[in-house]
Write a protein that binds this ligand. Structure first.
Ligand SMILES: [Zn+2]
Length: 824
């Protein structure tokens, strides 16, 4: 036989889920070109695309360009298609791939071919061989050509004929078929690189954007290596793709679209523009951004599904209820300048343009993200010679004409320019200088002495450029906003008298109390998109409607679970802490001014009191087995021994456990609770008492922790924990400040009076609550009067704090309820 090996790539254009996917554009090439370019790296004698008759004419040129021959056969009987080709070219081995994986591991394909050929030479000859555990859809099959011809003769099962491999591996009694676990370098069964759906296609676009597209005009390019593909698949870029959703509704201006396109270029994100959007400027704006590096595949008209669940960033002015519900079901929802009542759905709210909204607080309000003009005026001009009227976008309230009329009466000598989106509409008004949308207006705005606009980005850009600004306030809201940020404004109907007054306003040159710093919105969104949405640690389920927001701050969002009442961190953009040595030394020192070990004796003294409370609740029996979870360097274990308990400790820090075992000589094990086998570690299946001192708030999966504790505690046993209180004076006097300074690794905040409801789920009954951490100096009355420690007022407040349980920390003691037995 002359030709030994043939690569055959199976391809058709009539895919049902994603029609024509082989031709879809990816980094300047079509998907099929990527596949062929990769498969060309496999060492073979002939290279074929096997397609159906109908697709032949379209595919033949692409095959030729990539050094492949094109063969047409049956559409549905793929097995026959392959057999016809084999008979025609007379090869002995087939390397079969499909046309839907542009990032197949060609190295794995070559390795499986080598493995197959090794077997053919030895006594382990097989008819079929493939690697398992490759990324989904990345598989390549090595087939003995003669065996396949034989198999086709022997089967008339329709399924066998619609495919290729099953004719062999579904008939293992006749053919030796090998499924071999892929070498570890290729073994990544959790990944998906195939293109079967629209979401898959967008993932492929992200991978290309991450790794870089082949150079233009280059016919041959090096396919990505396995390591490159894996690196891309595991990057934030691909795992947390951003889909921007700007408002593209007529009447809401083009600012939203501009902002999203800029951010999309910076983050390689996608921009969602629905087919039915009514904004007429879209095509010209897209052209402008393509020159700045935007690629066509970044513009999408469908929100990808769960298989490529995106981070949605909305810039919509006001989200509709329908939109918010859909986006809430994506991975994360971040909203810019969101003005609707649906903001509870948003994981994160970022306000950039100041808004007058007393109903909600954002996570971040920062005008540094407004792109400020580089070109600015050096001096305020006293004469107004050049005026710009710019209402933005569509001018739905028709403000342009009355504004221009009033201006030309009040400033007869000035040159007035008005920017409008539809020049046709103003064709008859020859005495005014109308112009269409101005590209890069931000950098031209400084040329004008006065800018007349409505509330929005242009007003702030003009102010930053040093122009005089008059705002046209169409609504009560805009009026308030203009006032709040010290802009001269005209309220209601525009006439020359009002225009004259506005020109005389002391706010004509607004002195903005705003940040002049320039921050990158793209960088900020990159950081936020890598953040995590978190579930209630007890219920562990995303509710259909979002839980109500308790507090938002720069790094985090807190909600109250509707189901169990716990306050939990629902979004965090902050890095996760690792409980290594540094946690007990540097981090602890930062917070408390001394290391944990330096503090050992005072912590131990606290523990003695807590242990005595446990003993008291247990009826002071001797020799009870006591487990401290998160025991750290063992202060509570030392306190337990002094009070005649048998201490056992567990902690995630290996260093701390070594100290407990080697220095204090207490039984202890290093474990990530609840992954701990107490029977195996200590020979104890149930403890008399269990404690967690300032540990419970650190668990993301509290359900697993409380379930385990419930299992390893005796009936009637005492479970006690200490934690910051969400009902102490700090939380009560300034809730947002309390949550802002709450450590980033505290996933739940306990409110003593709600604890019972949560704990009873696990069979516990709260028997004692001790309010601790009393700080009179944190009470507003002491703060305001600057009363000294030991003053009468101080003492009274201290007493009040204890009486009302307003301490900033709390100890909660509960008893495991004996399971009810029959008859009682
Ligand atoms: Zn809950």
């Amino acid at each position: 036989m002359k030709n030994k090996r043939a690569v055959i790539v199976q391809c058709r254009l009539s895919s049902t889920r994603l029609p024509g996917k082989a031709l879809k554009e990816l980094g300047g090439k079509c998907v099929l070109s990527w596949v062929l370019n990769s498969m060309k790296k496999v060492d073979a004698d002939r290279y074929f695309v096997a397609t159906d008759f109908e697709s032949y004419d379209t595919l033949a040129p692409i095959c030729k360009e990539n050094g492949f021959e094109c063969f047409a056969g049956e559409l549905d009987d793929v097995l026959k298609r392959f057999c016809d080709l084999i008979k025609k070219i007379k090869v002995s081995t087939i390397i079969r791939a499909t046309a839907d994986n542009p990032f197949l591991f060609y190295e794995a394909a070559q390795a499986s071919l080598d493995e197959f050929e090794d077997r053919q030479r030895s006594k382990k000859k097989c008819a079929y061989l493939t690697f398992t555990g490759l990324p989904h859809g990345s598989g390549v099959e090595i087939i003995d050509a003669q065996a396949l011809l034989q198999a086709a003769e022997q089967t008339d099962n329709p399924y066998d004929h619609e495919h290729v491999g099953p004719a062999l591996y579904n008939h293992k009694e006749n053919f030796v078929c090998e499924f071999i676990k892929a070498p570890s370098r290729f073994y990544n069964p959790e990944l998906r690189t195939t293109i079967d759906t629209y979401s898959d296609y967008l993932r492929a676009v992200s991978i290309v954007n991450y790794l870089g597209a082949p150079k233009e005009n280059k016919r041959k390019w090096a396919p990505y290596t396995t390591e490159q593909i894996l690196d891309a698949c595991k990057s934030d870029f691909v795992l947390n793709p951003i889909v921007y959703v700007p408002s593209v509704t007529k009447g809401q201006g083009t600012g939203h679209l501009h902002r999203c396109l800029n951010a999309a270029i910076a983050t390689n994100g996608f921009v969602y523009i629905p087919k039915d959007s009514t904004l007429s400027e879209i095509p010209s704006i897209l052209m402008e951004y393509k020159e700045k590096g935007l690629v066509q595949s970044q513009i999408i008209d469908e929100i990808p599904d769960q298989t490529f669940s995106p981070v949605v960033v909305t810039d919509c002015f006001k989200l509709t209820a329908e939109q918010t519900k859909a986006f809430y079901n994506c991975k994360k929802l971040i909203s810019l300048d969101e003005g609707s009542d649906n903001h509870e759905y948003c994981d994160y709210l970022l306000d950039i343009i100041p808004s007058y909204d007393c109903k909600r607080l954002p996570n971040t309000f920062d005008t540094s993200y407004i792109v400020k003009p580089v070109n600015v005026r050096n001096t305020k001009s006293l004469n107004i010679d050049k005026v710009l009227v710019c209402i933005g976008g569509e001018d739905p309230a028709n403000l342009t004409v009355p504004a221009v009329r009033a201006l030309s009466r009040v400033l007869p000598g000035a040159k007035i320019t008005a920017i409008v989106s539809d020049l046709e509409k103003y064709r008859d008004m020859v005495h005014i200088d109308f112009t269409g949308p101005v590209e890069n207006l931000r950098e031209k705005i400084y040329e004008y002495d006065l800018v007349v606009t409505h509330y929005g980005l242009t007003a702030f850009e003009a102010a930053f450029a040093g122009c005089a600004v008059i705002m046209l306030a169409t609504t009560k809201l805009h009026e308030k906003l203009a006032q709040k940020y010290n802009f001269a404004f005209i309220q209601g109907k525009i006439d020359s008298e009002k225009m004259q007054k506005a020109l005389e306003s002391e706010n004509l040159h607004p002195t903005l109390q705003l940040s002049h710093e320039q921050k990158s919105l793209g960088e900020c969104l990159k950081r936020l998109s890598a953040g995590s949405r978190l579930l209630c640690p007890v219920c562990r389920k995303q509710p259909e409607e979002p839980d109500p927001v308790i507090s938002r701050n720069n790094g985090r969002t807190y909600r109250r679970c509707k189901s169990c009442g716990l306050v939990y961190m629902s979004f965090s953009a902050e890095e996760e802490k690792e409980y290594k040595k540094a946690y007990f030394f540097e981090d602890y020192k930062k917070q408390y001014g001394k290391t944990y070990q330096e503090d050992f004796d005072s912590i131990k003294a606290q523990c003695v009191r807590r242990i005595q409370t446990i003993r008291m609740l247990q009826g002071n029996a001797e020799g009870k087995n006591y487990l401290d979870i998160g025991c750290a360097y063992g202060p509570s274990l030392a306190a337990a021994v002094e009070n005649n308990l048998n201490p056992f400790g567990t902690d995630i820090s290996e260093d701390a456990i070594n100290y407990v075992k080697n220095e204090l000589h207490f039984p202890a094990c290093c474990s990530a609770f609840p992954d701990m086998d107490s029977e195996k570690e200590f020979g104890i299946s149930k403890f008399d008492s269990i404690s967690m001192w300032y540990v419970i708030e650190h668990f993301k999966d509290l359900d697993g922790v409380l379930t385990k504790i419930s299992q390893i505690i005796k009936d009637g046993g005492i479970f006690a924990f200490a934690t910051p209180s969400g009902e102490g004076i700090s939380a009560k006097s300034d809730l947002d400040h309390f949550y802002t300074i709450s450590p980033t690794d505290h996933y739940s905040i306990w409110e003593p009076h709600r604890a019972q409801k949560i704990l009873e789920r696990y069979g516990f009954e709260v028997v004692k609550i001790v309010s601790t951490g009393h700080h009179p100096e944190r009470f507003p009355s002491i703060k305001d009067s600057q009363s000294q420690k030991d003053s009468l007022k101080w003492k009274l407040v201290d007493k009040y704090s204890r009486l009302m349980q307003l301490g900033d920390t709390v100890e909660i003691y509960c008893r495991k309820k004996p399971r009810k037995t029959g008859g009682k």
